[in-house]
Ligand binder design. Structure first.
Ligand code: C2O
Ligand code: CU
Ligand code: CU
Length: 459
């Protein structure tokens, strides 16, 4: 497909297209001027039927990131289909209201396919959310953040194939929002619900408002928090979502600000300033123009007109309740996962992905709650941030030990948890409803493609 990302020229991309048949009750919102797929809107409890027709010249399959669905509906790479074939998805949406998304999941090709344009939002609403009365319509804004590199002729450039580049992951030198470079959001003097998705392959954002106001976070991967929390900055790693309350009612028309990514040290080898300046010296194939941890503007905000009515931030957003680690069957002895490099290969507990393989310590009981501990402390200089994602389940982060205490929002439901080098986190997961084989993996898509992914089996 061709998209006019830059005026007067067209860029070759891959794109999800939706055809809605007569009589369907589907609610589809196209992303204008973008390679991104349409936004799929559903209510909790609805049954959806989506037929995926693969029209690209390689195998693919669609994964519903964050959704709680049966194993055969989850887009495991064992279900890939070649060009010309189709896969029928039918499931009931059980998730709470929230910002979920969909993207391809063929083993070894997820990075290039997402990079090529295959990704879209999947927004779930429910009665609880509707009762709160959050900003709606044009005040509810999806913002998909990604990075891309373009050649002279405005075509996308992916990795050269260099192994070191794949070790660090793809980093583009242009920041895109909703598929557009230099994106500016025109707003009124009112309050907004901004739904952020980091749809980048590898880049981590340390988000903050340029004008110094705190970030008011109202939701995470698995929907609304109980109440809003404020942070000076928040990390958003690949796969993660963040819902922000942004109120411009005290700003005059003509006011401009932006959402920025603050500089940070990744403490590792991915082009963050530390790895960069020290032993790697820029020889690792990382992006020298815009390394991970560089400072830049993500998108601008321009206050363009006054409004009469504006939304108020509710004291209470939803009912979540406390996480109960003592409900876990392994409360005394969490299941531990070490994120390490072996033989120039990222691994989880020393293993890499094998399509049908499940190790003894990767089998969990149906309808049991467990504590899983992810540990990114053993790497030294050969370490990197790893956003770890579980398929099919939302979890609670119950404990975190590390360096960036103030940069995470662990108050709500999550499906992806970022572990900076030197960090360790414990999550509480309930393996409810659906037996079968699911994935857990690093959501740095190049790490995932290299095999930093494993199956877990619910029995
Ligand atoms: Cu969005 Cu298996 O991931
Ligand atoms: Cu997923
Ligand atoms: Cu990783």
């Amino acid at each position: 497909d061709e998209v006019a990302i830059f005026p007067g020229s067209s860029t070759g991309v891959w794109r999800y297209h939706a055809t809605v048949h007569k009589g369907d009750r589907a609610r589809i919102v196209e992303m204008p001027r973008s390679y991104l797929g349409p936004i799929i809107k559903v209510n909790q409890g609805e049954k959806i039927r989506i037929r995926f027709n693969n029209a690209i010249p390689e195998v693919s399959i669609v994964h519903w990131h964050g959704l709680h669905v049966p194993a055969i509906m989850d887009g495991h790479p064992r279900y890939v289909i070649p060009q010309g074939q189709s896969y029928l998805y039918e499931f009931e949406v059980k998730n709470r209201a929230g910002t979920y998304w969909y993207h391809p999941h063929p083993h070894g090709r997820t990075g290039p396919q997402v990079y090529g344009g295959l990704a879209g939002l999947f927004l779930v609403s429910d009665a609880e959310e509707q009762a709160v009365g959050l900003p709606d319509g044009e005040y509810d804004v999806p913002l998909v953040i990604q990075d891309r590199t373009f050649e002279q002729d405005n075509q996308l450039v992916y990795l050269s194939g260099n192994r070191m580049e794949r070790m660090t992951g793809f980093l583009g030198d242009m920041i895109m929002t909703n598929g557009m470079p230099d994106f500016t959001l025109p707003v009124s003097t009112g309050a907004y619900r901004l739904r952020l998705l980091n749809g980048s392959n590898s880049r981590i954002y340390k988000l903050a408002w340029e004008d110094g106001r705190p970030l008011t976070v109202i939701g995470t991967d698995g929907g609304l928090l109980e109440k809003a929390v404020q942070r000076r900055y928040v990390f958003l790693s690949p796969g993660e979502r963040l819902e922000i309350w942004a109120d411009f009612s005290d700003n005059p028309v003509g006011y401009k600000t932006s959402l920025v990514s603050l500089p940070f040290e990744t403490g590792g080898m991915d082009g963050g300033r530390m790895g960069h300046g020290m032993m790697m010296g820029g020889r690792m194939g990382q992006n020298l123009l815009l390394p991970n941890g560089a400072a830049f503007s993500v998108f601008g905000v321009n206050v363009t007109q006054p409004v009469q009515t504006t939304y108020r931030l509710p004291d209470k957003l939803s009912e979540i309740g406390p996480a109960r680690p003592r409900d876990a069957v392994n409360y005394q002895n969490p299941r531990r996962f070490y994120l390490t490099m072996r033989h120039m290969q990222w691994t989880i507990n020393g293993r890499v992905f094998q399509m049908e393989e499940v190790a003894d310590d990767e089998i969990v009981g149906l309808d049991t709650a467990e504590i899983w501990e992810f540990n990114n402390t053993g790497g030294g200089m050969m370490s990197m941030p790893h956003p770890i994602h579980l398929h099919g389940k939302q979890f609670r982060v119950i404990e975190r030990a590390g360096v960036f205490h103030d940069g995470y929002v662990d108050e709500g439901w999550k499906d992806t948890v970022l572990l900076m080098p030197g960090e360790r986190a414990r999550v509480l997961v309930n393996f409810s409803d659906y037996p079968g084989m699911f994935l857990y993996h690093c959501h740095n898509l190049e790490h995932e493609d290299m095999g930093m992914m494993r199956n877990y089996y619910v029995k």
